[in-house]
Each structure stands twice: as C-alpha cells, then as structure tokens.
Design a protein around this ligand. Structure first.
Ligand SMILES: NC(=O)c1ccc[n+]([C@@H]2O[C@H](COP(=O)([O-])OP(=O)(O)OC[C@H]3O[C@@H](n4cnc5c(N)ncnc54)[C@H](O)[C@@H]3O)[C@@H](O)[C@H]2O)c1
Ligand SMILES: N[C@@H](CCC(=O)N[C@@H](CSCO)C(=O)NCC(=O)O)C(=O)O
Ligand SMILES: [Zn+2]
Ligand SMILES: [Zn+2]
Length: 372
C-alpha cells in the first residue's frame, strides 16, 4: 500500500512529506493507522545528528496513537479495529529482562529496532524501491505504520487519539519516573531540572504522590506559570541565581534543609546532570537521569558524592511496562486524574511538521501534536 509520511533524509535537514510504499504486516506484526503523533525532543535529537543510533533515511516519530487495520500471521492479542499506542519499549513478557521484574527494558527486538529494522531485519517502508528505515520501532510520523505486536498497548476505544498519543512517550516518561522508577513517597522534597514536555509530567507525578516541596528549574522564565499549575511549589532560574553571584546547587540545598530527597534531570545536559546529583541530600538523595545526551557525552562528579550516600540512576520510558501500564495511564487520563490537554499547546497537519520542530526548539510549545 501507499502512505503519506514525513521522511528524514539526512541529519540536520527538514523532513519532507512523501507518499511511500508500505508492505503489509509479516509474522507477529500489525498494521496501524496513526491518528495523531506528538513531537518529542528525542525526535529532534536524532534528526540533529547527535544520536549515535541515528540512521537515515528514516521515518521518525515515537509518540503516536491509532487503530489496527490489519494483523499479520501469528498475532493473537490484537484485531482489526483495536485502538493502540505504539511502544518504543516493548513488553514481550518472555525475555530475560521482562522475566527479571527488575526492569522495563525488554530486549527481545532491541537489536533490530536500533538498526531501524523490523524483527526479521528488513524494513516495511520504501520509496522507488529503496528502503526507508523505521525509527524506535514505531515511525509514527507516517499515516500508516507496521509495528510488532509486542510493541503495541491496547487502549480503551473512547480515549481521544489527539491527547493520549502523548502517553506514548512524554506523559509516561515523566509520571513513570516518579512512580515506577523513583517510587517517590508522600512528603518528599524533589527538584525537576527542565520544565518541558517531560519535566512538567514529572511535576504532575510528584503532585500525584503527595510530594512536599516540588522545585522546578528552567532557564526559560515562561515555564514558571504552567509548572505552578501542575504542582510546582518553587521556581529557580539558574540565570538569576548566577547573576546574583550564587549557584543553583547551593540554592537548592538551602531551600531543602540539606538537599533534595529526589532530583530529575529532564534536559539531556551533562553539566546539569552533575548539579542534579549534587543538590540531593547526603545519605539518601537519589538523582534520576531522564534527559538524553549527545553521542560522546560523559557525566562526572566526585566519587565522594556517591560514597556519602547519593545515588545516580536513570529511567527509560518512566520504567513503565508498556502493555501493562500504558492502558492504566490512559484510564487515569479519562478519569481526570492527570492533565494532558493543557500541555498540548499546538496541533498541526503532517505538512507542517517542521513548524512543530521549530516551536519546540524556540521554547514556544510544550507539546506539538501532528493530526492525520
Ligand atoms: N529517558 C527517556 O525515556 C526519555 C523520554 C523522553 C524524552 N527524553 C529526553 O528528555 C529530555 C527532555 O525532553 P522534552 O521533550 O521535555 O524537551 P523540551 O525541549 O520540551 O524541554 C527541555 C526544557 O529544558 C530547559 N532547559 C534547557 N537547558 C537548560 C538548562 N541548562 N538549565 C535549565 N533548563 C534548561 C528548556 O528551557 C526546556 O523547558 C530530552 O533530552 C529528551 O530526549 C528522555
Ligand atoms: N539512541 C540513543 C538512545 C536514546 C535513549 O536513551 N532513548 C530512550 C528513550 S527517549 C524517548 O524520547 C530509551 O528508551 N532508551 C533505552 C533504549 O534505547 O534502549 C543513544 O544511543 O543515545
Ligand atoms: Zn520521546
Ligand atoms: Zn521482553
């Protein structure tokens, strides 16, 4: 079949809208009509050329929602008409990682996924006979896409695609980092570095679990208003603190009587990652890295920071097991327990997707969503 898709031909170049060829689903695969897809900072990171796994030409996008239109042989858990969210972190429930119960990082198809290929090591997308690569196993910047069955969460059919697509990455990553990875307890003090599409969801997760001080840090003063609406209790702008001769770590340590219980880095900046670790409390502080840093970047701190009880950790897709947890998060949205609508500041047709990237880069949008 043919499908309309935004193709990333080369790093650093705008996407172009093409009518590409899409082969039907093979063994264990599902054809999905994508109805909406958010634009995440990670799509930009890969497009920029900073991703060591970034390969081109590819169809980016990993924050979608849509409807099953066909299933390949061997598919047993999904049928035509089911509403689904594609998962860049699948859940096979049979690999060593899934069975460990210690991680959400299912590895059954990670090798081929990282090479832009389906599990049989081929691509379903092509143009003029030349293959175009998949991205994160999802390629949601295509109106139709083929996804492995284990990488699809079945969701309720009354959930609006244009909102719940965001659960495919940002919402789950932010809220999940609080409840699944850090398991923050009521009354804890926490700091969130970066109040964008991920950080604001960390804030809403912290509010949900009853955190005490919820400190937000961002260079963009325009982020304060929205963050307060989502539960932030204190806002710190490093520019203002430095202009007054101070530093952000000391400011947080003072505000929290010795350091935060938890911190979350939602930027992808290794200098900030160090600050996020060092502003946590001696003896028990835990710092969770969510931001994705460019190829070759390294983190550093004095080992003494760890010897004295701070823990440096990371979180991918919020530690969520997609097929199990994503349908529950959709329920939370439908029951009014979490707010997604306010964070989706812009929507656009696929033809305007490059404008969506520009809005994110300039800090104007929190989440832009492409509507098909
Ligand atoms: N680990 C995961 O599973 C996962 C999932 C999704 C996104 N991410 C990563 O999370 C990061 C954030 O994604 P996003 O979509 O929220 O991005 P975003 O662009 O919406 O938000 C980033 C925010 O950080 C702020 N910022 C930038 N530099 C700063 C600095 N030095 N100090 C303070 N604030 C600063 C910006 O003003 C912006 O508000 C990215 O690196 C993305 O790739 C990781
Ligand atoms: N290819 C990148 C990895 C980027 C990365 O860490 N991705 C996150 C999801 S970001 C979603 O917006 C993730 O899930 N990581 C776990 C994994 O990729 O297996 C690089 O190599 O830097
Ligand atoms: Zn993402
Ligand atoms: Zn698995």
């Amino acid at each position: 079949m043919k499908t309309k898709a935004a193709v990333a031909w080369k790093a650093g170049q705008p996407l172009t809208i093409e009518t590409v060829d899409l082969q039907g689903p093979k063994l264990g695969e599902v054809l999905v009509e994508i109805k909406a897809s958010g634009i995440c900072h990670t799509d930009y990171y890969t497009l920029s050329g900073a991703d060591p796994e970034g390969i081109f030409p590819a169809i980016l996008g990993h924050e979608g929602a849509g409807i099953v239109v066909d299933v390949g042989p061997g598919v047993t858990t999904l049928k035509k008409g089911d509403h689904v969210i594609p998962l860049y972190t699948p859940e096979c429930r049979g690999c060593k990682f899934c069975l460990s119960r210690k991680t959400n990082l299912c590895q059954l198809i990670r090798g081929t996924q990282g090479k832009g290929l389906m599990p049989d090591a081929t691509s379903r997308f092509s143009l003029n006979g030349e293959p175009i690569l998949h991205y994160m196993g999802t390629s949601t910047f295509s109106n139709f896409t083929v996804v492995p069955e284990i990488a699809l969460a079945k969701i309720r059919s009354d959930a609006p695609f244009d909102k719940v697509c965001y659960i495919g990455c940002g919402v789950t990553t932010g809220i999940g980092a609080v409840i699944f990875t850090a398991k923050v307890e009521a009354g804890a003090n926490a700091v969130v570095f970066g109040l964008g599409g991920i950080g604001l969801n960390v804030i809403q997760g912290l509010k949900m679990v009853g955190a005490d001080k919820i400190i937000g840090v961002d260079l963009n003063p325009a982020r304060e208003k929205m963050a307060r609406e989502f539960g932030m209790t204190h806002f710190l702008n490093p520019k203002d603190i430095e202009a007054a001769g101070g530093n952000i770590v000391d400011a947080i340590v003072q505000l929290t009587d010795g350091g935060a219980d938890y911190s979350f880095e939602c930027i992808g900046n290794t200098r900030v990652m160090r600050q996020a670790l060092e502003c946590t409390h001696k003896g028990w502080g835990r710092s969770i890295i969510i931001g994705v840093a460019e190829a070759g970047a390294e983190i550093s701190t004095r080992p003494f920071q760890l010897v004295t009880g701070r823990k440096w950790e990371g979180s991918a897709f919020g530690g969520a097991r997609g097929r199990t947890d994503v349908p529950k998060i959709v329920d939370w949205y439908m029951e009014g327990k979490i707010n997604i609508d306010k964070l989706i500041t812009h929507t656009m047709p696929l033809e305007d997707i490059n404008k969506g990237f520009d809005l994110m880069k300039s800090g104007e949008s929190i989440r832009g969503v492409v509507l098909f």
